[in-house]
Design a protein around this ligand. Structure first.
Ligand SMILES: Nc1ncnc2c1ncn2[C@@H]1O[C@H](COP(=O)(O)OP(=O)(O)OP(=O)(O)O)[C@@H](O)[C@H]1O
Length: 371
């Protein structure tokens, strides 16, 4: 899958810009605050229908304008697609090949982003790792998001009810209704997460081993708030969830909180048997994140037969030379990649025959060198 052309009109600090990226590696360079990340953001927006950093859609509209347009010509193994976004303060619209469409119709088009914030995947709270499981790999199963939304709703409602039972001494009868839904959606989420991880982890381990010159072994394990043995079916997880939850009923009422379930789970990540969060160096944590991100690419390819786009925002050059080389070898002529950096020194040699360097200056983009 690749972007053949991107036209931006009043997107962040770009007024009118056309970009015909290289089919393989694109290095976007320039001083600070020139628009490198904004360019990546526009590509991400095209494919996900939201920004990876703006809280509100209107933030991406150029300050001097009332609306922005992002038009992208995309090519995949199933054909050519023209994706148009029009974003205004009052709302946004999407057209795919001229027909008004919804965001969910973008699901066949994949994009994997690695930005500095993603380092929290290793060093952040369990919530960051659950976010990875729910938003970044959950999409591989079409029913995942629906189940996850239903589950979140049930947890919120159940927590309010627990509070009511405690403060107003209401009857516990209503809890039964929510409990059944909690176990059903919860067991499904855990089951799907385990299924996805069973595919993702072996790929990530292999990539990590390669990126570290066969020096480091990555271990990743799902940490559930329930006591689960390997290989359980969904209804077995349901039963364990129900049994364990009933034992905690009184404590849940006292604390007004649902204490068990996938919203309390985590993913443990270690390198050569040592916990990456507490003991990994910055470079090691970065490599673990990169291995997980690259395994997303491979998993997507395995499931759908095409590689998504890869966006690396300010992260490649924090890796040492050999890890950079290994990364570029993996993606060269296979994955269309966009890499931002203020220091492209030495890249010319590495992207030989397979990339281009672009210069961004105050919202203007120009081809610096093509290889
Ligand atoms: N809605 C907007 N309209 C106009 N300009 C904007 C808008 N939002 C952000 N900017 C400006 O865009 C500029 C470039 O931002 P961007 O984050 O892309 O920089 P960058 O080149 O990636 O820099 P760095 O190397 O520091 O990460 C900033 O100076 C910012 O003020």
């Amino acid at each position: 899958m690749r972007v053949n052309r991107l036209d931006l009109s009043n997107f962040r600090n770009y007024q009118e810009v056309s970009f015909n990226p290289h089919p393989s590696i694109n290095i976007i360079t320039g001083s600070n605050a020139q628009g490198k990340t904004n360019l990546l953001e526009s590509i991400y927006y095209t494919l996900r229908g939201r920004s990876f950093r703006a809280e509100k859609d209107r933030d991406v509209i150029n300050w001097k304008s009332a609306k922005t347009a992002v038009n992208t010509q995309l090519e995949t193994s199933s054909g050519k697609f023209f994706i148009q976004w029009s974003i205004e303060t009052k709302g946004k619209k999407l057209w795919i090949n001229g027909a008004e469409s919804t965001r969910s119709e973008l699901s066949p088009f994949g994009v994997v982003l690695f930005s500095p914030e993603d380092l929290y995947l290793v060093k952040g709270s369990p919530q960051e790792r659950r976010h990875f499981l729910d938003y970044e790999v959950g999409f591989l199963n079409p029913g995942y998001h629906y189940t996850w939304k239903q589950y979140s709703r049930v947890v919120t409602q159940r927590n309010s009810l627990l509070k009511e039972i405690r403060t107003r001494r209401s009857s516990q009868e209503m809890l039964e209704v929510w409990d059944e839904q909690l176990y059903r959606y919860g067991a499904r989420i855990i089951f799907l997460r385990l299924q996805i991880l069973a595919k993702l982890i072996p790929i990530a381990r292999k990539i990590h081993y390669g990126l570290t010159g066969n020096q480091e072994e990555l271990q990743a394990k799902y940490l559930s708030s329930l006591v689960l043995e390997p290989g359980l079916a969904e209804d077995q997880i349901y039963d364990i969830f129900a049994r364990s939850s009933k034992k905690l009923r009184n404590e849940e009422i006292q604390r007004c909180q649902t204490l068990l379930g996938p919203h309390r789970d985590d993913l443990s990540l270690s390198i050569n048997g040592i916990e990456a969060k507490a003991f990994g160096s910055q470079g090691q944590q970065r490599t673990v994140t990169l291995s997980l991100k690259l395994s997303q690419l491979e998993l997507w390819h395995y499931e759908f037969g095409i590689y998504p786009l890869l966006l690396l925002d300010d992260v490649l050059f924090e890796l040492d030379g050999s890890r950079q080389m290994m990364l570029l070898e993996r993606i060269r002529n296979k994955v269309q990649t966009f890499i931002t950096t203020s220091f492209p020194g030495g890249m010319e040699e590495q992207i030989k025959d397979s990339g281009a360097i672009w210069q961004v200056t105050a919202g203007n983009l120009k081809l610096k060198e093509e290889y």
